[in-house]
Design a protein around this ligand. Structure first.
Ligand code: PHE
Length: 403
């Protein structure tokens, strides 16, 4: 392997100033949790798929995609913040680990199917805590049909004929100028396809959460370059609204680009981890990656059951503080570096102090790193060693002055 290229699954990519994939991330690429029968991520995927009968499923598209697939094909503007290096894992300026399953919408359309689902692992640089991990899983849904009011109405009647159990579901969204019907769509057609989308999603959520008490679900307005109007669905869990899904009426440019000018469609993209955490009672997102049999043997394909925690091992907490040099500070880069050095043993990283020296105007930060293993006791000595490495690398990489 040459110094100036990255090799993944037999393909090599030249490095450039965009390259920021790390060995720790590349090690996750072939795990495919969504296809491991006993993993809750896979169980949830299958339960979702079972709500969409006659949808074709694509579950094995490669997560290594072009920036065209991940962004341009979806009309994400060149200067959109979601393209930045601090949010994504780039092989180089043209190749990236997909940040969402929407990167495969055109591949799905090219198959000729008018209803399909796409699931897979997606990658985003992020903070570190119990519900964020740089790799997670999504399932994308896509549906279209003739843009004809009678056909749209008949299809809506057909799906609405099935009633589902009750869960409090709040939707007080209305069409607004900021989240409009597309100019090329009649409001009747857009409303019909949107009603079809909402019915499908509400039914799926109700089925998934049929046994959950006191669950609250709400629809809110959203914005995506590849849909309009757009919405997000959130679920209330432990006092916090968690975003689980984005969706909307497909940008007609995407349909037209695929030669489907006279069709109208909807799409959604849903995260699987948060749903699985709620439904299986899994307290920490790192557990999905555990190879410990005490985790994976608790689950059965096709079934949702509550996770029984095995004893939680004690944490080991270390602080690191430093003076920043001039210039920008990206917390994601810092978290990435810690993950690279310490791996899944980091439970969370929290900024606990941020101040400026009144005289020299220098900024000082203090982060608290919580180390804890999922399956064993960690020793203070071993954590000290990791912390020492972290300190060294942080100093080298960010040119900070350690305190
Ligand atoms: N890709 C979006 C995301 O990851 C979700 C989405 C999919 C929104 C399809 C609209 C349509 O946030």
């Amino acid at each position: 392997i040459k110094e100036n290229e990255t090799v993944i699954n037999g393909k090599s990519f030249d490095k450039d100033e965009w390259t920021n994939v790390t060995p720790a991330i590349l090690a996750k690429v072939n795990r495919q949790l969504h296809l491991q029968p006993k993993n809750p991520i896979s169980i949830i995927r299958q339960l979702i798929e079972s709500n969409f009968t006659d949808f074709k499923t694509f579950n094995e598209f490669s997560p290594v995609v072009t920036t065209k697939q991940n962004f341009d094909d979806l009309y994400i503007p060149k200067d959109h913040p979601s393209r930045t290096k601090s949010d994504n894992y780039y092989f180089n300026k043209d190749t990236v680990l997909r940040a969402h399953t929407s990167a495969h919408q055109l591949q799905g359309l090219a198959s000729g199917e008018n209803k399909f689902l796409i699931s897979g692992d997606v990658y985003r640089r992020d903070e570190i805590d119990s519900s964020h991990y740089p790799v997670f899983h999504q399932i994308e849904g896509f549906f279209y049909l003739d843009n004809d009011l009678t056909k749209l109405q008949n299809e809506l009647n057909r799906v609405q004929a099935t009633e589902t159990p009750n869960i409090e579901l709040v939707d007080d969204t209305v069409i607004k100028p900021e989240n409009p019907v597309q100019a090329c769509h009649s409001s009747e057609a857009s409303d019909l396809i949107a009603a079809h989308l909402k019915h499908n999603i509400n039914t799926m959520i109700r089925n998934l959460f049929a046994d959950e008490k006191d669950l609250k679900v709400r629809w809110i307005d959203a914005y995506f370059p590849f849909t309009s109007p757009s919405w997000e669905v959130e679920i209330l869990y432990k006092g916090e609204w968690l975003e689980v899904l984005g969706c909307g009426v497909v940008n007609q440019k995407i349909m037209n680009g695929a030669g489907l000018d006279n069709k109208i469609g909807w799409a959604f993209g849903m995260g699987l981890e948060r749903l699985a955490m709620v439904l299986f009672g899994i307290p920490d997102i790192r557990l999905f990656w555990s190879e410990d049999s005490r985790f994976i043997d608790q689950f059965t394909p096709g079934k949702i059951n509550k996770f029984v925690p095995f004893s939680k091992f004690p944490p080991c907490i270390k602080d690191i503080s430093f003076w920043l040099p001039e210039g920008e500070w990206h917390e994601n880069d810092f978290c990435e570096l810690i993950r690279g050095e310490a791996g899944d043993i980091v439970e969370n990283v929290q900024l606990i102090d941020d101040f400026r020296h009144p005289k020299n105007n220098k900024r000082s930060l203090c982060y608290r790193i919580n180390y804890r293993s999922m399956d064993r006791n960690v020793t203070n000595d071993e954590i000290n060693e990791i912390q020492e490495k972290v300190r060294r690398v942080v100093q080298e990489q960010f040119k900070v002055e350690l305190r």
